[in-house]
Write a protein that binds this ligand. Sequence first.
Ligand code: PMV
Length: 328
Amino acid sequence: MFSGKVRAYTNIALIKYWGKENQELIIPMNNSLSLTLDAFYTETQVLFSKDLTEDQFYLDNQLQDSKATLKVSRFLDLARKKADCTLYATVRSQNFVPTAAGLASSASGLAALAGAASAALKLDLSSEELSRLARRGSGSACRSIYGGFSEWQKGTSDETSYAVGIASDGFEDQLSMIFVVVNDAQKDISSRDGMQRTVETSAFYGGWLQTVPQDLAKARKAIAEKDFIALGEVTEASALKMHGTTLAATPPFTYWSAESMKAMNLVRQIRNDGLPCYFTMDAGPNVKILVERKNEEALLNALRDQFDAQQVVVAHTGPAIEILSEEE
Ligand code: PMV
């Protein structure tokens, strides 16, 4: 028996990944840049045993059906191949994040699976190699290998597409991200389907791709200069452009709900009243707000006037993936 257990934290993209160049290998159309957060994470244990006749997958202590297990098995095959291992495994995952609500459980989930499988199999991967492996599970997972800021360099092949950490000399610790959970039900259109439809049919997709390099350059510069306003402005602009592409898809769609609009308008209003804060959104209706830690309390007070206390969740910058145990 070989087992490995890790904890991986979620990340939220400030400059979004939206669209794949290669569906199977998950090579993206553009680089993306993210912040890893402490509040939502996944703990996963993978245990390979010669007593098993198939893979088993438990999520939050519930044995999963064959469809969910197949996805995990396919991913484990990649790790098994690297280790020349033919054993089946029991995978136990605990999500400390509402699943599939646009709160990026796929990022922490697949990063944790990659980390636990490679720890169990003693693959001894570098961060870049682990990032490459996690990418095959879910694109955004490749950024959750690192704490703080990270950039997924799109590359052109399986070997060259992985994330790297971005040093930021403590700037990351000055930031908070406040989640406004407007609906934690399962989303209608997965990020996978949403991005594919957009790449294939949206007249705005070309516009999106054209401006990503500028936005990335602005974000990198803002991080290097610890310029919160510049980082916030480009974060909000990137999210709005990404969501703009979905409106021009066939058939058109949006991840925004009336409650998302309410939260975004409130952020603009709070900003106009003098408190710097900026929103971003992913493939779901929840709104995430980037704010300096020193202004966190003031922002929370303003949000609590309009949203219930349990809808508002505070996150700070989170650490890199952590190995919790490794046993033979
Ligand atoms: O890797 P996925 O399937 O979780 O896609 C993530 C897509 C976005 O959250 C919308 C953007 C991003 O860069 O995380």
